[in-house]
Design a protein around this ligand. Structure first.
Ligand code: CP
Ligand code: NVA
Length: 311
């Protein structure tokens, strides 16, 4: 078997994504109520080690991958890039070659998507994208799991995105085109998602192409899922002009009221309450954000199992 990297959802493909979601649901149910540090009964990654490299801050990705490995029977090594030789100029390729001799898989969070691609090119063990400036596929696996739990399925639904056309939106657009749900993204001019991501998704999606609009009401109309994210991503400067452009895209109670009555609110977190979303929505009855955060753990266990050829 060739080495399986998890860089973007489209690389894995729809069948693999569905298999990971099925596995995540089964594993989550099988350990309901157990202490969080107790390993799953089958310990499928017994003896395996995941190296994690962080070039950017993280709470959820760091802790959920660490707990995922513990629950699968394995262990982790967590490194901040600044304290590695990578942080003082050792090449990504050489880092990949060396780590491949020590560990069984590598997860990296980095500013530049090309670094994940380069790491994967030179690694002989699976490489997992833990967020880049371009995409955040692990987050969307958790989002897909959350929507499946709450609504029974993702196919055929409508997801509305309000805000910046960023890394999280790119992975949602990709997921919609793979699994057959509508994505309508309301973004202000100048903050659209990447044209290549849209083009690739439109080519895959057939009769459910992703749509970009300037009108937040059009996006949320009848939506099953309303999603937003910070207006200023890690590594971006706080620019007053950007904040002003995004203000009409704040998720308010009034906008949520235009979604489907049972519509869910999702946010990858961390949230900037009072900017992209108001408290009444993020803390309101339609919000699924704590399940969504928990599901990072369950979804990533299945990503790890898939990447290591156990699924
Ligand atoms: N959602 C997410 O990736 O959170 P962290 O930045 O805390 O890892
Ligand atoms: N778009 C955000 C996601 C954080 C999890 C960022 O890149 O900072």
């Amino acid at each position: 078997m060739t080495t399986r990297h998890f860089i973007d959802l489209a690389d894995a493909g729809p069948d693999a994504v569905r298999a990971m979601l099925d596995d995540a649901r089964a594993r989550k149910a099988a350990r309901a109520g157990w202490p969080r540090g107790k390993a799953d009964a089958d310990r499928p990654l017994d003896g395996h080690v995941l190296a994690m490299i962080f070039e950017k801050n993280s709470t959820r990705t760091r802790v959920s991958f660490d707990m995922a490995m513990r629950q699968l029977g394995g262990t982790t090594i967590v490194m901040d890039a600044g304290s590695m030789q990578l942080g003082r100029g050792e090449s990504v390729a050489d880092t990949a070659r060396v780590l491949s001799r020590y560990v069984d898989a590598i997860m990296i969070r980095t500013d530049d998507h090309r670094k994940v691609v380069e790491l994967a090119e030179h690694a002989t063990v699976p490489v997992i994208n833990g967020l880049t400036d371009h995409s955040h596929p692990c987050q969307i696996m958790a989002d897909l799991l959350t929507v499946t739990e709450r609504k029974g399925a993702v196919a055929g639904g409508k997801w509305a995105w309000l805000g910046d056309g960023n890394n999280v939106l790119h992975s949602i657009i990709e997921a919609g085109s793979l699994l057959g749900f509508d994505v309508v993204a309301a973004c202000p001019e100048g903050y659209d998602p990447d044209a290549q991501v849209l083009e690739a998704a439109r080519a895959r999606a057939g009769n459910r192409p992703p749509v970009v609009t300037r009108n937040p009401h059009e996006a949320v109309a009848g939506a099953d899922v309303v999603v937003t994210d910070t207006w200023i991503s890690m590594g971006q400067d706080h620019v007053d002009e950007k904040l002003a452009a995004l203000t009409p895209y704040q998720v308010t109670e009034a906008l949520m009221g235009e979604a489907h009555g049972q519509g869910l609110f999702l946010h990858c977190l961390p949230a900037h309450r009072g900017e992209e979303v108001v408290d009444a929505v993020i803390d309101g009855p339609q919000s699924a954000i704590w399940d969504e955060a928990e599901n990072r753990l369950h979804a990533q266990k299945s990503v790890l199992l898939w990447a290591l050829g156990k699924l």
